[in-house]
Design a binder for this molecule. Structure first.
Ligand SMILES: O=C(O)CCC(=O)C(=O)O
Ligand SMILES: [Fe+2]
Length: 338
């Protein structure tokens, strides 16, 4: 369980006022009081979205403030949910909570073994995986189709249960945070440490890929009548892996743009779409802008792990681009350490 971690992790205080997503406007905003918010955004809302000051005050600001209150309570509520689920939830497929090498594609195990072998190099690894969109994203098989099916069944069973649930973030309203459901200790921690870090160490040394010491892991679900697509964003992560675990859908391809440090979300000239393949994982730098096209039929499930390196982010918070102001948290927080 994430709340029983022995090391203490923190969040940066910017979490409480920055990067609040307004889905109707596909806009991320920050909030430090009504006056500042109005000064900062009134012209954007009136000119770009024909929203007048009254609506800004009556609807948008209250929504933003409610989101901030929710973030303030996040740790406490998460802990309550974790404990309630641990005591009351009876899984459908108990076995999916423990990482079993039989869930993994042999090619994935081979790739990881290569990365762990003496003298392994990035060039050697690149001959075993597929280069995808520009900007150093790569794909490779990860989970067997049988495991994906079991996992989706388990998560649908959990979703249909009366257990308390939280959603991954303001952009995904139908996913699930897997740490809360009890996946960390026996599945997600060993998966990250034993399998993903060896790969990231070679691919992303500049992102401290060899010292990704925490994560935030969740599934996203897209379905007609629910969330369809994902606006362009970057992750609060050094390295992200995105594995397709449910493939009965059309559309939903991913696209990748520039790095967040470059300031704009525009697509590079050589961009191409990434098509999901069941059981296949795509790794990319978290700070590369990306998004997902709408699905046009079916239901899409992906397992996403945002991996963080305290060593790197302790120096610079990727969300506010400043030295982080640390605040207490539970579990992995946002991956900062004292
Ligand atoms: O829709 C997807 O598969 C991408 C999800 C994603 O980028 C995220 O949740 O950070
Ligand atoms: Fe993302």
């Amino acid at each position: 369980m994430s709340h029983l971690k022995t090391k203490k992790f923190y969040v940066c205080s910017c979490f409480f006022y920055k990067n609040i997503f307004l889905k109707d406007y596909a806009l991320h905003v920050e909030y430090e009081g009504d006056d500042k918010f109005i000064a900062q955004y009134e012209s954007v809302f009136t000119q770009k979205y024909s929203v007048n000051l009254e609506k800004l005050k009556q609807e948008i600001i209250p929504f933003v403030r409610a989101e901030i209150d929710k973030r303030r309570d996040r740790g406490k509520l998460c802990l309550e949910r974790c404990m309630y689920i641990e005591q009351n939830y009876k899984p459908l497929h108990t076995q999916v909570y423990t990482l079993d090498p039989r869930f993994l594609e042999p090619a994935f195990i081979q790739i990881v073994n290569y990365c762990k072998s003496a003298g392994s190099t990035k060039e050697g690894l690149l001959s075993l995986i597929k280069k995808e969109a520009p900007g150093r994203s790569y794909s490779f098989p990860v989970f067997t189709n049988e495991f994906c099916k079991l996992l989706v069944e388990e998560l649908e069973y959990f979703e249909a249960s009366p257990m308390p649930k939280d959603r991954p973030n303001t952009m995904n309203n139908f996913g699930l945070l897997l740490s809360e459901v009890g996946f960390d200790l026996r599945f997600m921690d060993p998966w990250r440490i034993e399998y993903l870090v060896p790969i990231s160490r070679l691919l992303y040394p500049d992102c401290c890929g060899g010292s990704l010491d925490s994560h935030r892991v969740f599934i996203v679900r897209y379905k007609l009548g629910e969330d369809l697509d994902l606006a362009t964003h970057f992750d609060n992560a050094e390295v992200t892996i995105n594995v397709s675990i449910g493939d009965v859908f059309e559309g939903g391809d991913l696209y990748f743009g520039r790095m967040s440090q470059d300031g704009t979300a525009g697509l590079p000239k050589d961009y191409k779409w990434y098509k999901h393949i069941n059981g296949t994982g795509l790794v990319h730098r978290g700070l590369q802008f990306h998004g997902a096209a709408p699905i046009t039929s079916g239901t899409r499930y992906n397992l996403i792990m945002w991996m963080r390196s305290s060593q790197l982010r302790n120096k610079l918070c990727p969300m506010c681009n400043s030295a982080p102001q640390l605040e207490e948290s539970i579990g992995y927080g946002d991956g900062f350490m004292l």
